[in-house]
Ligand binder design. Structure first.
Ligand SMILES: Nc1nc2c(ncn2[C@@H]2O[C@H](COP(=O)(O)OP(=O)(O)OP(=O)(O)O)[C@@H](O)[C@H]2O)c(=O)[nH]1
Length: 299
């Protein structure tokens, strides 16, 4: 059997989470049109009879503004070391500029072999894609191959998967075959709630939110009760999350509940609360710890 850890490196919003979902053929990771959706390292496990690939999805590498951002970059950089392979992802529409080179530097420094991925090829001309492929090939050390993909249309995904399997070593099956992620259900549930908040809110609001699932309990009638707290930075944000006469929190709750019911195949009672914690992104270690931001940090 072949097995290996494969990290994804790239700027926020290039489609790293979408690529992993496309490869494993189901939505495991949350996705949004706003940068910095992924906050922490999550392993997604893809097992067949012949191989087990453990995708280490990382927060996008960017120049951090807040302590939370610093943690995100540290978590991403830590993930690049000690894996078997890195998928270095760029967005075809964005091209290769300073922020992409910032990412390439980290990948090159890690010394780990890499497959370059030019994603979102559905958005640009073939000529542009070709020039990005050439550029990537010359700037990435230890580059095995460059693949052109559209995670949304499923293009290039099979080719990418085949290349990954080719380039991971013979090894043991690290996780049971039915395991899809290394995070507990409570974490996945909080991520799904956070995804809906990212979908419906704008500007600073989505980035000011932390979701913590405080209780999960199966009731006698078979309903799964989930209580989650949505932490925000300011009173005004609390108002936005709750919305006019509670319309926003209702929308967030309904969408999250539907997805959780689909995931668990169980009826769910989702109990959402909103609390204000000033400056949690900078100094509230209880929240940072709860959302797993300190897992990879040693300082
Ligand atoms: N047109 C197009 N859009 C894509 C493609 N792949 C991803 N997207 C979109 O790009 C946005 C970002 O996708 P994500 O998968 O969340 O990106 P990410 O790199 O994981 O982002 P962070 O979590 O912020 O680091 C979403 O709106 C996706 O739907 C693609 O191949 N084509």
């Amino acid at each position: 059997m072949k097995s290996g850890f494969v990290a994804l490196a790239g700027k926020p919003n290039v489609g790293k989470s979408s690529l992993v979902n496309a490869i494993v053929g189901r939505k495991v990771l949350i996705v949004s049109d706003k940068p910095q959706t992924t906050r922490n390292r999550i392993n997604v496990i893809h097992t067949t009879n012949e191989y087990q690939i453990i995708f280490v999805d990382t927060p996008g590498i960017h120049k951090p503004l807040y302590r939370l951002g610093e943690y995100m970059v540290k978590a991403a950089v830590t993930a690049l070391k000690g894996v078997d392979l890195i998928l270095t992802v760029v967005d075809a529409k964005e091209g290769i500029r300073k922020p992409e080179k910032f990412v390439f530097d980290y990948v090159n420094q890690s010394g780990t072999p890499t497959i370059g991925v030019v994603n979102k090829v559905d958005l640009v001309d073939k000529k542009i894609v070709e020039s990005l492929v050439d550029k990537m090939r010359s700037e990435l050390k230890n580059c095995i191959e460059i693949v052109e993909t559209s995670a949304i249309k499923g293009e290039g995904i099979k080719e990418l998967l085949d290349l990954i399997v080719e380039n991971i070593p013979e090894g043991p099956q690290f996780y049971p075959e039915d395991m899809i992620t290394d995070r507990p259900f409570s974490f996945m549930a909080s991520e799904i709630i956070r995804e809906k908040i990212f979908q419906y809110t704008y500007e600073e609001v989505p980035h000011s939110v932390a979701v913590i699932v405080e209780e999960i309990k199966e009731r006698e009638n078979g309903v799964l009760y989930i209580r989650a707290i949505i932490y925000v930075d300011r009173d005004s944000q609390k108002g936005i999350i709750i919305g006019h006469k509670g319309s926003m929190i209702k929308k967030i709750g309904q969408d999250a509940r539907k997805e959780l019911e689909f995931l668990t195949n169980q009826k769910i009672f989702l109990d959402l609360h909103v609390k204000v914690k000033r400056h949690w992104r900078d100094k509230d270690f209880i929240i940072l710890n709860e959302i797993g931001m300190k897992d990879d940090i040693k300082d």
